[in-house]
Design a protein around this ligand. Structure first.
Ligand code: AMP
Ligand code: GLY
Length: 424
């Protein structure tokens, strides 16, 4: 079996590693992948957004399944183009990907489906946005409407800050969504969806702020862990009934056959309601780095079932995860991230790695002499798996400490205080 995986980050490295564990022993091709993935398959010099190039490769090599990691190719319609040619591809169509690419589309769908989310106003002009702001109270949530990798959101404590965020957005000619602020604990649920059946993975929690104790600016993600004690079976059932099923029905009503991952970013409010912060049309990063290492079912089987509309075969048991196993991941960043940071810094890896610790590459480059250097803000993800979070943390941080590169930074508090079930 031949599989083509699109994307270059830590998420794709984690997907590739999980695919390599499949009983199908697939032959893997990466467009373009990263240096950490080179021992798992063949890296291709085709950009993730070069849809024509990817299509030609997949047809010529008779690729059995293509998997789309990042959102951009999805929102450009890669899935539509592959499906026109009868090629199996994991991910939603361009219409489905609007769940992520357009907050206006996502909000309208949630309204139609009755899915709990923050009240909002969609504003096309700066004047309209400044006017709408008057109807909200602090803290103000200002979102740029477009793909922003989690960085297009400002939580403003004052009206002046909110006005500044609005001005910044319109300077970039981005329309904005102003939202009611939601209080609670955040939870990420990645669900496999084949257009008819939708099934959640173990819940994960993501750390978006660069600084310890959730301080400083937002990033693409500084760490994650799973499962989250807060996400009891009862809460997951609530999410299934009030978010996932209604979203699927609303997509069907739009004539969208949604296949792939539906990522629900949730706020669990103090009175146990699951409100949607955002939907994404793909695996989360870095959530994937903790969810997939816990997967017990075969990922290739699961993905094939998804693209073939056969997920109902998993409905009785749900997607299975390793019982009594926990995973955490910490992101090692270059000095200065999420602002300016240097690249090309040599990286030194530990000699020995046990098989329950993974180093997933995110922003690295390999030099002709095979040495590795930094090539991005988020450089490496270290993931540890163990029978409890304390042990997973110990293993992860031991390796995170052993990896060396100048300016290495990481949060020390990932999974230190896992979100607990709230009393009702
Ligand atoms: P998003 O890109 O929509 O996921 O937003 C990024 C982050 O901003 C979220 O993970 C939350 O931490 C925060 N956020 C976004 N919207 C809200 C909201 N309405 N209320 C509270 N926090 C929010
Ligand atoms: N971890 C947030 C995201 O993938 O968008």
């Amino acid at each position: 079996m031949k599989i083509l995986l699109i994307g270059n980050g830590g998420r794709e490295h984690a997907i590739a590693w999980t695919l390599s564990q499949s009983k199908h022993q697939p032959q893997l091709y990466f467009a373009q992948g990263n240096p950490g993935m080179q021992e798992l398959g063949q890296r291709l010099d085709i950009e993730p957004t070069d849809i024509q190039g990817l299509l030609i490769f997949a047809e010529r090599e008779a690729i059995d399944l293509t998997i789309v990691g990042p959102e951009l190719p999805l929102s450009l319609g890669i899935v539509d183009r592959f499906q026109e040619k009868g090629l199996a591809i994991f991910g939603p169509t361009q219409a489905g990907a609007q769940l992520e690419s357009s907050k206006a589309f996502a909000k309208a769908l949630m309204a139609k489906a009755g899915i709990p989310t923050a009240g909002y106003r969609f504003c096309q002009t700066q004047a309209e946005a400044l006017q709408a702001l008057q109807d909200f109270t602090a803290p103000y949530v200002i979102k740029e409407d477009g793909l922003a990798a989690g960085k297009g959101v400002t939580i403003a404590q004052t009206m002046a800050e909110a006005e500044q965020a609005i001005a910044n957005a319109f300077q970039k000619q981005m329309p904005v969504v102003i939202e009611e602020f939601m209080q609670g604990q955040e939870l990420s649920i990645l669900a496999f969806c084949d257009g008819q059946t939708i099934l959640p993975c173990v819940a994960a929690q993501d750390y978006k702020k660069v600084g310890e104790n959730n301080t400083g600016p937002n990033t693409g993600g500084m760490g994650a862990y799973a499962p989250v004690p807060l996400a009891t079976p009862e809460l997951i059932a609530t999410v299934q009934q009030t978010v996932l099923e209604p979203a699927l029905k609303a997509l069907q009503a739009e004539g969208i056959n949604y296949q792939g991952i539906l990522y629900a970013g949730l706020m669990i409010t103090p009175n146990w309601e699951a409100k949607v912060v955002e939907f994404n049309a793909r695996f989360g990063d870095p959530e994937t780095q903790v969810v997939l290492p816990l997967l017990e079912d075969d990922l290739v089987d699961l993905m094939l079932a998804t693209v073939q509309g056969e997920l109902h075969r998993y409905a009785a048991t749900g997607i299975r995860f390793k019982p009594n196993q926990y995973a955490m991941t910490v992101v090692l960043t270059a000095e200065g991230y999420p602002g300016h940071y240097p690249t090309g810094t040599p990286i030194f890896f530990p000699q020995y790695l046990s098989n329950d610790v993974h180093i997933f590459h995110a922003g690295t480059k390999v030099l002709p002499d095979q040495s590795k250097v930094t090539a991005g803000g988020r450089v490496l993800n270290v993931t540890g798996v163990a029978e409890n979070l304390t042990e997973a943390r110990r293993k992860t941080y031991e390796i995170a400490g052993q990896i060396r590169f100048d300016g290495k930074y990481y949060r020390r508090d990932i999974a230190a205080e896992p979100a607990m079930a709230l009393s009702r």
